[in-house]
Design a protein around this ligand. Structure first.
Ligand code: SAH
Length: 224
């Protein structure tokens, strides 16, 4: 291919992925996602850049996909829904994500909130996500490779905390790092009977809501 042909080929792929993203957003709307802020953000984030090339053709299907190390990039519908639950009416300023994985959810958050911290325990996933987010120009995401179940006490409290791995319970340090008025959204329960919970802090009291049934990869607490 000549240089010009190569460029028009790349442009063609870019347009094809834009069309695919628009179709995905339409599908999310049909499935009941009504938060325009979230839909716009998801129309902007190039999900195909967060999966292996071999998987790129499926990047705009509404399914979870493997990202190696027995982990997955979450289903777009679940990303949209959890992001909506986290945002509420007033957009949070500082958000912590536990479970960076591919970095896709962090990118969606970065389109919506001023500052995103995200923690991943698997070094290879952390490295890959960091490289991708850098390449894509996300400057408001701070990644850390560590056990996210203890949160990031030195950077808290957070107005929003989003956990993208499922545990039997929500680690106490995360609840402690929630700012007043802040919301924490997390899948909780045994592997095949998890539900999304949303906790809202109001001063010293916590308001718990049990929401949709979901299935997430496990939240690993401590060294393993
Ligand atoms: N949000 C991700 C998908 C998350 S999959 C995305 O958009 O692609 C869940 C991730 O949580 C996995 O990468 C897993 O390694 C990570 N994880 C599990 N337990 C963790 C812990 N205690 N601290 C940090 N990350 C954890």
């Amino acid at each position: 291919m000549s240089r010009d042909q190569l460029h028009s080929h790349a442009r063609g792929l870019g347009m094809a992925s834009e069309r695919s993203r628009r179709r995905l957003v339409e599908r999310l709307r049909q499935k009941g996602v009504a938060d325009e802020r979230v839909l716009e953000a998801m129309e902007r984030v190039q999900r195909h850049r967060f999966v292996d090339e071999a998987m790129a053709s499926r990047a705009y299907d509404d399914t979870a996909l493997p990202i190696g190390h027995s982990q997955t990039i979450s289903q777009p519908y679940v990303v949209a829904h959890m992001t909506h639950l986290l945002l509420g009416q007033s957009v949070p300023e500082r958000v912590l994500e536990v479970g960076t994985g591919s970095g896709y959810q962090a990118a969606v958050l970065a389109e919506l909130v001023p500052l995103v911290y995200s923690v991943e325990r698997i070094p290879a996933l952390y490295d890959r996500a960091r490289r991708r987010l850098q390449e894509l120009g996300y400057r408001n995401v701070r990644l850390r490779q560590s056990d996210g179940s203890i949160g990031l006490p030195e950077y808290g409290p957070f107005d929003g905390i989003l956990v993208t791995a499922g545990g039997e319970e929500i680690p106490r340090p995360l609840i402690d790092q929630l700012a007043d008025g802040g919301r924490l959204v997390a899948p909780v329960g045994p592997r095949h009977a998890q539900h999304i919970f949303r906790i809202t802090r109001r001063g010293a009291s916590l308001d718990w809501q049990k929401l949709d049934a979901v299935t997430f990869v496990p939240l690993i607490v401590g060294e393993q």
